[in-house]
Write a protein that binds this ligand. Sequence first.
Ligand code: ZN
Length: 73
Amino acid sequence: MKVMVSPELRAPVLQATALHELGHAFGLWGHSDHAGDVMAVSQGALPVLTVSKRDRLTLEWIRSQSTNFGQPH
Ligand SMILES: [Zn+2]
């Protein structure tokens, strides 16, 4: 997996963007309507640098879903 972000972003924004993109890579394909979530569709004035309880619960729920990934056809 490769996460690509613009190197011209200031450090906190760069970190928040990388965290958001990692969320997508871990299976959080959608976006949150809540500005305090890593997976918010856009960043507010303060970049979100920590995973919210809602982000964590969503990831745990996704990871608990059954999948056929890796199973023979
Ligand atoms: Zn996104």
